[in-house]
Design a protein around this ligand. Structure first.
Ligand SMILES: Cc1cc2nc3c(=O)[nH]c(=O)nc-3n(C[C@H](O)[C@H](O)[C@H](O)COP(=O)(O)O)c2cc1C
Length: 285
């Protein structure tokens, strides 16, 4: 190399080389930050784990953005009861979407919800039990474990009972181990009186139907987010109520553990086509 080539003037350094170096460091820094972020998001390499203590016992969820790549037919095709999950947290953005799918507001004048309700009485109350390191807020920051109640009007969750509750919840659910192993468990509860006040005895039937709507929405949103869940109906009501610290006149109807599936379930339209064509030949239609 000649000395001429190496002779970089101070002016050139400031004008060209310095901004170029800054740009290179910027891109490298941004890339590595993102990679590390992803690794930590999967909960694999995170050295330091900080638990987030919600301010004033409530945590404001990110707004559920409409940014899924999964179409409705795929979500329906991939809905399956999944009982084995990776030992990884779920993202706060995913928790936000799951809660919104269960009972969030989607009509802004009358505050109607993502699930239909008899006479718009909205008897359901949604709780989420978060395991230790079960929900990742940002790189190595997790939501405090405990039971939280979903507030539909502000799209936030309020801490009802602090601490690790996964073991107790599994015990109340006849020791179904997927309850204990899931990073989060949604508990759909109902205040029957809200609907029975208008519809009398028939209100009970409506409430059960509504809980099915919410459960199916959770299944579909989970499938759209490549998460797995299962609807659980077998549990001791009073024990579950006690574990999540539900209000006195709220009754649990469904528990839905949610996590990253060990074996994701996928089927495609061509498989379904083949299946029906074979059946049509067999049955002569
Ligand atoms: C009302 C109801 C209660 C259920 N209770 C349980 C349960 O306690 N434990 C469980 O592992 N699965 C439970 N399931 C899930 C069913 O076992 C599952 O839906 C069924 O095997 C069909 O599988 P699929 O959901 O993948 O189509 C329940 C489902 C429903 C609809």
């Amino acid at each position: 190399m000649t000395s001429k080539k190496l002779n970089i003037s101070r002016k050139n350094f400031i004008k060209i080389i310095f901004p170029t170096l800054l740009a290179i460091f910027g891109v490298v820094g941004w890339l590595s930050g993102d990679f590390f972020g992803l690794v930590q998001k999967n909960g694999k390499k995170s050295e330091e784990k900080n638990v987030m203590i919600p301010s004033k016992n409530s945590y404001v969820l990110p707004i559920p953005m409409f940014d899924s790549n999964v179409i409705i037919e795929e979500a329906m095709a991939w809905r399956r009861s999944i009982r084995e999950y990776e030992d990884d947290p779920i993202l706060i953005e995913h928790l936000s979407k799951i809660l919104w799918a269960s009972h969030g507001i989607n009509e802004l004048n009358f505050e109607f919800r993502t699930t239909p309700s008899a006479g718009a009485t909205y008897p359901l109350e949604i709780y989420v039990v978060i395991s230790e390191y079960g929900t990742l807020i940002e790189s190595s920051k997790y939501l405090d474990p405990g039971s939280y109640k979903y507030d539909t009007k502000t799209h936030s969750i309020e801490l009802k009972k602090k601490g690790r509750l996964d073991k107790e919840l599994a015990k109340a659910s006849l020791n179904q181990e997927w309850v204990q192993k899931a990073p989060i468990n949604i508990v759909i509860c109902s205040m029957f009186k809200r609907t029975e006040r208008i519809y009398g005895d028939r209100g009970k039937r409506y409430v059960h139907i509504e809980s099915g709507h919410a459960g199916q929405n959770i299944y579909l949103m989970a499938a759209a987010l490549n998460l797995g869940t299962v609807a659980i109906g077998a549990f001791h009501d009073d024990e579950v109520k006690n574990v999540i610290r539900a209000d006195e006149n709220e009754e649990p109807l469904y528990i839905m553990p949610i996590g990253i599936p060990k074996e994701p379930y996928k089927v495609f339209d061509k498989d379904i086509l083949e299946y029906y064509e074979k059946n049509r030949q067999t049955y002569g239609t």
